[in-house]
Design a binder for this molecule. Structure first.
Ligand code: CA
Length: 422
């Protein structure tokens, strides 16, 4: 029997919504006047899983895990329970099981219009790691800051390069961030100045949420990696380029990245993304054995970035790209992360690295789109941007295109506030 594809909730069936029956992403929300709980997005509604659980409509194995302020307890139950819960939700929302559709009072409580809810950070994130896995991005950056002839460092084609980021400053979409202050080294000065970042940037990324912990000392193989992944989010890895350029040698970015990372409120499960797996790009040289992988490990996710200046009527789309062209895959990132014996925890966030394509309109950062500010973009309202200005709202969206439906991530947005007086 094929899985049902339409819901009795009309707004889930229009072919354009990011949240059709085939998606069912998890988030944490507060209905007005009530505490946070776990929900699933369906069309223009959020389905309150705590209420469904209370009514006894969800799998017994997941009992009691939806009433809290994060997905972690549910995620920790593991893949078989994720799968069973998805099957139950599909039956309830398709109407194959009428227990929700035909119960007026439960429906009134459990189905909340999306516009009425406040969305929270969906996961308690113990650790955040950021990779650097787009060959186009690494090449563009290497050309600008190092040697145009040898843009990729020799280790890049052997290692899914990454660094340990800050989990404490990962925030949910809609959170405003102050322009960071920091040390900036101007070209003709002997010593750095201290002040507001002048080259504030975004990085278009996606991230996966670890769904199963690994033990200290025990590597996770590329073949086992999918069992350790719960789902994916959109991610904006805000970056202060001038601070970064001065601080990043020898140990990598620090203050230039630690001031904030924004993620989308909905976690799209790996199960919902399964139909969108694709062959990953051919890797030359052949990776070392522990990085070799089988099957399809890339995901076809169309991505866009838009910028809306303060007070502007409309946002301007400034980047269109796709996640499927990433050189290093998520399975390889996890295998590399753990090969030394480093353990991962439920809820850990693994950023893909900036996702850039081959054409100038597919670059996933201002640094690349404007060639480090030298070639400013012109926006719909006529204003120009080398980097981000105060009041700018950066909006990232992403979805997988199915046959007559979209499995979408919604959006991750964030507005830049002026720097705090130093
Ligand atoms: Ca990054």
């Amino acid at each position: 029997m094929t899985a049902p594809t339409t819901s009795w909730i009309d707004s889930a069936n229009d072919g354009q919504t990011h949240f059709p029956l085939q998606n069912l992403p998890y988030g944490v929300f507060s209905p007005s006047g009530q505490g946070p709980r776990v929900g699933v997005a369906i069309g223009n509604f959020v389905l309150d899983l705590a209420a469904l659980d209370e009514a006894g409509l969800l799998p017994a194995a997941a009992r009691g895990t939806f009433a809290g302020a994060s997905l972690n307890r549910f995620i920790a139950l593991g893949k078989p329970v994720w799968s069973e819960t998805r099957k139950r939700l599909t039956a309830l929302l398709s109407g194959a099981d009428g227990a929700l559709r035909d119960n007026d009072s439960l429906r009134d409580v459990a189905l909340v219009p999306m516009d009425w809810v406040r969305l929270h950070l969906p996961v308690e994130i113990p650790g955040y790691t950021d990779f650097y896995s787009s060959k186009e991005h690494a090449t563009n950056v290497g050309r600008m800051f190092r040697d145009p002839e040898n843009a990729l460092l020799p280790n890049w084609l052997e290692i899914p390069i990454g660094y340990n980021g800050r989990a404490s400053s990962v925030v949910v979409s809609g959170t405003e961030l102050h322009r960071p202050n920091g040390q900036i080294k101007l070209p003709n000065e002997a010593r750095p100045i201290f002040g507001p970042c002048r080259k504030l940037d975004f990085e278009l990324e996606v991230g996966f949420i670890v769904g199963r912990e690994s033990a200290l000392g025990e590597p996770v193989s590329t073949d086992a990696a999918p069992d350790h992944m719960f789902g994916m989010v959109l991610l904006n890895d805000w970056s202060a380029r001038d601070i970064q350029q001065w601080e990043y040698v020898p140990l990598g970015p620090f203050n230039s990245k630690g001031f904030g990372t924004s993620i989308s409120p909905w976690v799209v499960t790996m199960e919902a993304l399964e139909p969108f797996r694709r062959e990953n790009p051919v890797q030359t040289p052949e990776p070392l054995p522990y990085l070799q992988q089988h099957g399809k490990n890339a995901y076809d996710i169309a991505l866009e970035v838009a910028l809306r200046p303060q007070g502007a009527a409309a946002a301007s789309t400034i980047c269109r790209t796709n996640f499927k062209a990433m050189y290093w895959t998520m399975a390889q990132q996890l295998a590399h992360h753990t090969v030394s014996g480093c353990n991962v925890r439920v809820g850990d966030l693994m950023g893909s690295g900036t996702i850039s394509g081959t054409t100038p309109d597919s670059y996933g950062s201002m640094l690349e789109l404007t060639r480090n500010g030298a070639e400013p973009l012109t926006l719909a309202d006529g204003s120009r941007r080398g980097f981000l200005e105060d009041g700018d709202d950066v909006i990232m969206t992403g979805y997988c295109e199915g046959d007559g439906y979209r499995v979408g991530f919604g959006q991750v947005s964030g507005t830049i506030l002026p720097a705090r007086s130093a």
